[in-house]
Design a protein around this ligand. Structure first.
Ligand SMILES: *Cc1c(COP(=O)(O)O)cnc(C)c1O
Length: 429
């Protein structure tokens, strides 16, 4: 009776507009692109879009990481709630693991376990979201930083990564962007989406810039040790005495188990400046009001981390190196693309779209919609990661998919190539 009298306008609830923007995540972008796929194309989809190689057999995780998890479940000892910052044996093991590459020792109190690196990002953005504060983000970037910041109403300012300089950070831009409300700089190394790895020297310059500005560094090292080029991976925590560093990481990429959802925040700050300024306490308190990763996964961590030389890691780097080289070479053979730097780390590359070589393609999004439709190839448009008319491609997929995908992109180019502009062709005598 009462219900029948109520009109639609009288229901008072509605969704959150901020969350209903499709651009809020890579997954949102991919699901929009997927609508353009042609169901009648018998060929398999080439998945350059999502960086989750764990679904492919050549990237399957090592049994030596799975066994500790099975043992933890079978023991029956880890069915209870974990403590909200992570169980002590797991935090102790992680402190030891991260300290191996640092000049100082971390204690378990400087380690917090999170539900993947994503929750680490969520926690830090939440902690920093105070009125008027702003953070500096790289462009292009991993989109979750901006999405979380927008959602929390934390102001974001972008500095460029420079393709001509191997995607190094534009340090002068950072200094020009920062003001007295700037609190932190985000650095992603090895880099998603550029596939670059920063040198010791460049990381030190970033830390010195942060110090000059009185801000700290959020170092996303979810691809730590996944460097397969000339440059070794250097942890930002190495420069923690220049400027405080919060290091973020997870098991997701290097151990190829993103579904296990185990990540971390590590305070790499030997002078304890973050502690003195209340940041550590805020992180602790934030994690008290959010859920923690499952106890049995935490329980397996010490044994998983105790296998640093497992041949799984060297095999994974070998696979990624070869995949990166194939992608780099094949893509650069196609006139409508330029990949300026051979990827040296992570599993992603940025490729410039040379629109002047194509006819009837208006921008990166139009290109991605059309290759989805005509070639069943899924690619993230650069605009989704902050760089219009570029493309983000994952090479964390099967080798045959990369080759197949490159051949389809070449066929697409040949069908859509702009006829030669006579003025631009070489003069014939
Ligand atoms: C994948 C990724 C994350 C998220 O990691 P999860 O552990 O899967 O939550 C964070 N940052 C970057 C740069 C990533 O590529």
């Amino acid at each position: 009776m009462i219900r029948s009298e109520l009109t639609e306008e009288q229901w008072k609830f509605k969704g959150n507009e901020e969350l209903n923007k499709s651009s809020i995540s890579v997954r949102g972008t991919l699901s929009l692109l997927s609508k353009h796929l042609n169901a009648d194309d018998p060929r398999p989809v080439v998945p350059f879009g999502l960086a989750d190689p764990s679904v492919y057999s050549s990237f399957r995780t090592s049994p030596s990481f799975v066994q500790p998890l099975v043992d933890a479940v079978n023991s029956g000892s880890f069915n209870s709630y974990p403590s909200s910052h992570g169980i002590l044996p797991a935090r102790t093991a992680l402190a030891k693991y991260i300290s191996k590459n640092l000049a100082y020792q971390l204690s378990p109190e400087q380690v917090f376990l999170t539900i993947g690196c994503s929750q680490a990002i969520e926690a830090i953005i939440s902690v920093l979201s105070r009125p008027a504060a702003n953070i500096l983000l790289p462009r292009p970037s991993f989109p979750l930083y901006k999405s979380r910041a927008d959602f929390q109403r934390l102001e974001v300012r972008h500095f460029d990564l420079i393709p001509e300089k191997g995607w190094e950070v534009d340090l002068e831009a950072i200094q020009a962007l920062a003001d007295h409300n700037t609190v932190a700089i985000v650095v992603i190394n090895p880099n998603n989406p550029c596939g670059s790895v920063y040198t010791y020297h460049h990381l030190k310059q970033i830390a010195e810039t942060a110090r000059k500005l009185g801000v700290f560094v959020i170092s996303d090292e979810v691809y730590a040790h996944m460097a397969f080029g000339e440059k070794p991976f250097v942890p930002m925590g190495e420069f923690g005495s220049i400027a405080p560093v919060l290091t973020l990481g997870s098991l997701s990429k290097r151990w190829s188990v993103p579904g296990w959802r185990l990540g971390w925040i590590v305070i790499t700050d030997p002078h304890r400046t973050l502690e003195k300024h209340g940041i550590v306490e805020s992180i602790r308190n934030y994690l008290n009001i959010t859920p923690s990763p499952p106890t049995f996964i935490q329980a397996a961590l010490p044994q998983i981390l105790a296998q640093p030389s497992d041949e799984f890691f060297s095999d994974l780097l070998g696979l990624l190196r070869e995949n990166a080289n194939i992608l780099y070479e094949k893509i650069n053979e196609i006139p409508c693309f330029t990949c300026p730097n051979r990827p040296e780390g992570s599993m992603l590359a940025m490729v410039k779209l040379n629109l002047e070589q194509l006819e009837g393609v208006s921008d990166d999004l139009d290109f991605c919609n059309k290759v989805a439709k005509e070639e069943s190839v899924l690619i993230i448009p650069g605009s989704a990661v902050g760089m219009k008319n570029w493309l983000r491609l994952s090479f964390g997929i099967e080798r045959c998919s990369i080759e197949d995908g490159a051949a389809r992109l070449k066929a697409f180019y040949e069908r859509h190539a702009r006829p030669n502009n006579p003025a631009a062709s070489p003069l014939v005598e």
